[in-house]
Write a protein that binds this ligand. Structure first.
Ligand code: G4P
Ligand code: NA
Ligand code: NA
Length: 194
């Protein structure tokens, strides 16, 4: 997606050979126009799949998901990473390992909002090791819901998440695939295809 690649090129900060900071439009400050374009793009790619709901994870998955949900005309549900005062019944949960933080977290969604009749589009901001996406797939499976695919804003193609998910037969659509961050420079994969 050209608009996204240009934004990454102009505003992304390469923190190391593995980490790209995009706090000016995705992870801290949010660019609503870009999010709207991202939402349209996801809706275009998954519009024929009979999506009934979008499943994401707090916090940075919410903005692109809401814009996709607006275009597709479906609700968005975000998995929570912490216990909540009000979200404590009928929970569907999964364990998510974080390689970066070397810890395991439980993520949860209420079974009231995910059912066996749902066809889900899973969306997240980054795809690195794929653990968050695996956790969301696990929750979808526990709900008995169908997963039409996974939409990712920025995939780091040099980390194993993308291949891990595609090897499972899941359709993964990434709007930008970063091939490398070597030399402080962002290089994109030419074809953002599986
Ligand atoms: P994984 O799900 O792909 O296995 O991700 P990992 O544990 O490696 O990443 C943990 C957090 O770091 C996630 O955000 C993920 O989106 C983010 N992340 C991973 N690589 C990058 C990167 O290169 N740049 C940026 N900006 N973020 C990255 P989170 O902790 O869930 O936070 P948030 O959703 O509240 O922003
Ligand atoms: Na994130
Ligand atoms: Na995220």
């Amino acid at each position: 997606m050209k608009m996204l690649q240009e934004k990454i090129t102009h505003e992304g900060i390469v923190l190391s050979e593995e980490v790209l900071k995009v706090d000016s439009f995705l992870n801290h400050q949010v660019d609503p126009q870009l999010m709207q374009a991202i939402g349209h793009e996801f809706a275009e790619r998954f519009g024929q799949e009979g999506i009934t709901k979008i499943l994401t994870i707090e916090s940075s998955g919410i903005a692109p998901s809401v814009m996709a949900g607006l275009t597709l005309g479906v609700p968005v549900i975000f998995a929570r990473k912490r216990a909540s005062l009000t979200l404590n019944q009928n929970l569907l949960s999964a364990e998510v390992k974080s390689f970066t933080k070397k810890e395991t977290n439980t993520i949860s969604v209420s079974g009231d909002f995910l059912t066996a009749g749902d066809t889900l589009l899973i969306i997240d901001d980054f795809l690195a090791n794929g653990q968050a996406a695996l956790g969301l797939l696990d929750i979808a499976e526990k709900a008995g819901a169908k997963v039409a695919g996974i939409g990712i804003v920025i995939e780091k193609g040099f980390q194993p998440g993308g291949q891990l998910l595609r090897n499972r037969g899941v359709r993964v659509e990434s709007l930008a695939i970063v091939e490398s961050l070597n030399g402080g420079h962002v290089t994109f994969r030419k074809e953002a295809q599986p």
